[in-house]
Design a protein around this ligand. Sequence first.
Ligand code: ATP
Length: 251
Amino acid sequence: MSQAFGTEHLSVFYGDFEAVKGISLEFPAQSVTALIGPSGCGKSTFLRSLNRMNDTISQARTTGHIWMNGSDLNDPATDVIKLRQQIGMVWQKPNPFFKSIYNNIAFGPRYRGMKKKKQLDEIVENSLRKAALWDEVKDRLNESALSLSGGQQQRLCIARALSVNPNILLLDEPASALDPVSTGKIEELISELKNELRIVIVTHNMQQAARVSDYTAYFYLGKMIERDKTDKIFTNPENKLTQDYISGRFG
Ligand SMILES: Nc1ncnc2c1ncn2[C@@H]1O[C@H](COP(=O)(O)OP(=O)(O)OP(=O)(O)O)[C@@H](O)[C@H]1O
């Protein structure tokens, strides 16, 4: 199977427990895919497997394939540092480094060897502009990132992920710790960013999934029950399990 980006029969085990069960899912270009489903169904585990973050969990083991332009990212020979530059991740709680706003963004490019101040300045500005944060922070770039509000910190984390030019962004409930105004900003940002990269978002908020995504996949007990265009999932899903979940009858 050769495709731009997607999984094939991907399973993730924690010890003997199979948390993600043989999921094959394609992520089309310039689109947002939302992963929804009840707590514990494997959404975050699946998301983390896409850029091999589960490798950092000692008892986790992933089988199957993660295809990107014909290469299997689950191959042990994959350079995971490079991979995580191509597939950026933003977590539920904003996690800026204990550094200045500028140095949070410049960190990745510097790590990749960029030393020229002028180029770094450009990357910092462009990343912050893409994350819709530049106007709010341009006069305080040397202040600590921790002086920002929670919503600003989350946009900073998105800017930090963008600073190394990823082509895929993984978002694990990126707005769940934020107020409605900050949530709205993150959602707007997602809609803009999808013109440049693929986005996969885990969300518990079904209205949010309906607002921001083009495709929605419903997970249940580690399996992907159904994946379709978001409109279809929320108006006329094929599977009764999906119907029960989106109509609140689950459980
Ligand atoms: N590090 C871990 N070690 C062992 N089991 C884990 C680990 N992380 C997750 N699990 C288990 O794997 C299953 C899937 O968890 P996961 O966090 O992926 O679900 P989720 O759908 O994202 O849940 P939530 O919506 O509550 O965040 C759960 O049964 C969970 O207890």
